[in-house]
Design a binder for this molecule. Structure first.
Ligand SMILES: *[C@@H]1O[C@H](CO)[C@@H](O)[C@H](O)[C@H]1NC(C)=O
Ligand SMILES: *[C@@H]1O[C@H](CO)[C@@H](O)[C@H](O)[C@H]1NC(C)=O
Ligand SMILES: *[C@@H]1O[C@H](CO)[C@@H](O)[C@H](O)[C@H]1NC(C)=O
Ligand SMILES: *[C@@H]1O[C@H](CO)[C@@H](O)[C@H](O)[C@H]1NC(C)=O
Ligand SMILES: *[C@@H]1O[C@H](CO)[C@@H](O)[C@H](O)[C@H]1NC(C)=O
Ligand SMILES: *[C@@H]1O[C@H](CO)[C@@H](O)[C@H](O)[C@H]1NC(C)=O
Length: 435
């Protein structure tokens, strides 16, 4: 029973048993792929062999080996192993012309054969980038072509700019009819931009023969462009007496050096306070007369560019309110009271406000007390002066009125004198009354 099943099983494994009766007697081969210049092993196996000869022949039907006997004079072809079960040969330094169908024959009656296809891969040459010029002006068109020959099958070319793949490229492949290899090229077409300056452009060739190590050609782009300029200020709210540092940042290719600083279209007016050191303009002890437009100009062989900074020197006064403390507010109230009584004190108020540090240096309550006392004293003094003045004015006014009364009523000078004399008596009477 066991042998019955064994026979059934083996007949299942070999669905086409040879009709001659020699069971399992047929050659087995495999296709081989080899890189140009490499070595190809051609192996032919026979599971069961009753001492029947094996033979390898090339695509041109020439016999290479008959059992262990060499038939074709070719140093590249060698015997690896020869037995009743196997005939293996190797072909070294394989060339593209070695490609084709090789045949292993088992000399039974009739002869049984097995075909092995030898594929030879053409290795792409190191890629070359053409059309590269350096430097290139910004805005110019660049057409870089990467080319590689000798690949079989045709190699794949990809472009990268700083490791980022550029997809929109033109790919061309041409077959070299004699060698059956391909020359492939790819063109990268773009307008030079300043952002590409310093970028690494690489052309990468991938091919199955390269064993996943691509061939790469690289170029570093050099794009020339007009300067870009920017002014950076150290002080966003410049005030009188402070200083400011203006830095002119310029970028360009070639590097613009040095930069030119001007004010309102002319030279810097005060070289003692306005010092230029390289790209930096420093202005010390700012003054309102420094107001104006400061321009920084950068120039390189491609062109020039400039930018402006409008300087407004602010009054120190403007910063008082946010920085004043409570004692100063008390001072302000007191000075306002003084201002109500005497107009001449207003100027003093203004000056005292302009000098907040001096006020802040004193102790607040003391100052308020002194101010209050001074105000009261001044007020009382002024009231006394005003009262005294009014008394005097009223007295003198009465006297004059009396004198005038007499003169007005008189028709002529003599009468006037008489009347005046009379009125003088009245005045004397009134004077006495008043005293
Ligand atoms: C071919 O056979 C030789 C001998 O067995 C072996 O050294 C070599 O590695 C083989 N080459 C390939 C490509 O299999
Ligand atoms: C095959 O050859 C060997 C010697 O090489 C011999 O001993 C053997 O009997 C032969 N087998 C057959 C089936 O002819
Ligand atoms: C071997 O290569 C030939 C030709 O390329 C092909 O037709 C065949 O199917 C291949 N055989 C195997 C087992 O890969
Ligand atoms: C000049 O500089 C500005 C700002 O840096 C820039 O926007 C402009 O494109 C530049 N002009 C030229 C002609 O390069
Ligand atoms: C500003 O400049 C003017 C004229 O040069 C001068 O009279 C004035 O004192 C200066 N002011 C300051 C705060 O330096
Ligand atoms: C400078 O600018 C400030 C703020 O605009 C202004 O108050 C001042 O009058 C200006 N001075 C001059 C000399 O232009």
């Amino acid at each position: 029973i066991f042998s019955f099943f064994f026979l059934l099983f083996s007949s299942f494994l070999h669905p086409f048993p040879p009709s001659s009766g020699s069971q399992g007697q047929f050659p087995l081969t495999q296709n081989v792929t080899v890189v140009e210049g490499g070595t190809a092993n051609l192996t032919c196996r026979v599971d069961q062999n009753d001492n029947t000869s094996l033979q390898w022949s090339n695509p041109a039907q020439q016999t290479l080996y008959f059992d262990d006997k060499k038939a074709l004079r070719d140093n590249r072809i060698e015997l690896v192993r020869a037995s009743w079960h196997e005939l293996s040969i190797s072909v070294s330094d394989v060339s593209l012309s070695d490609e084709g169908q090789y045949t292993c024959s088992l000399f039974t009656m009739p002869v049984k054969t097995s075909k092995a296809f030898l594929t030879v891969l053409g290795v792409p040459e190191k890629p070359q980038i053409t059309g590269f010029t350096s430097p290139v002006m910004e805005g110019e068109r660049m057409q870089l072509t990467c080319k590689t020959s000798g690949s079989k099958p045709a190699a794949d070319i990809r472009w990268f700019k700083n490791d980022k793949e550029v997809k929109d490229v033109k790919y061309v492949k041409e077959e070299d009819s004699a060698r059956k290899t391909f020359t492939v090229s790819s063109t990268l077409d773009f307008l030079a931009d300043r952002s590409d300056d310093g970028a690494v452009v690489s052309c990468r060739v991938d091919h199955e023969s390269l064993n996943s190590t691509p061939q790469i050609a690289m170029q570093v782009l050099e794009i020339h462009y007009t300067p870009l300029v920017k002014i950076i200020s150290s002080n966003s709210w410049p005030e009188e007496g402070q200083s400011i540092i203006l830095t002119c940042e310029s970028k360009g290719k070639p590097v613009p050096e040095p930069v030119l600083w001007t004010k309102d279209g002319g030279e810097l007016p005060d070289p003692e306070r306005m010092v230029v050191n390289g790209r930096v303009l420093s202005i010390s002890f700012l003054n309102k007369t420094d107001n104006g437009t400061y321009r920084c100009e950068a120039k390189n062989p491609i062109g020039r560019n400039s930018t402006e900074y409008v300087l407004i020197v602010h009054d120190v006064f403007n910063t008082l309110l946010p920085t004043t403390v409570i004692p100063s507010l008390t001072t302000a109230t007191v000075t306002t009271n003084v201002a109500l009584t005497a107009s001449t004190t207003t100027s003093a108020t203004a000056t005292s406000i302009r000098d907040p540090n001096a006020l802040a240096g004193q102790t607040g309550p003391d100052h308020a007390l002194i101010g209050g006392i001074v105000a009261v004293v001044v007020f009382v003094t002024l009231c006394s002066i005003i009262l005294l003045g009014r008394y005097l004015a009223r007295h003198k006014g009465t006297y004059l009125t009396n004198e005038a009364k007499g003169a007005e009523d008189a028709p002529d000078a003599d009468t006037a004198i008489i009347n005046a004399e009379g009125s003088q008596v009245n005045a004397e009477e009134k004077k006495e009354y008043f005293i």
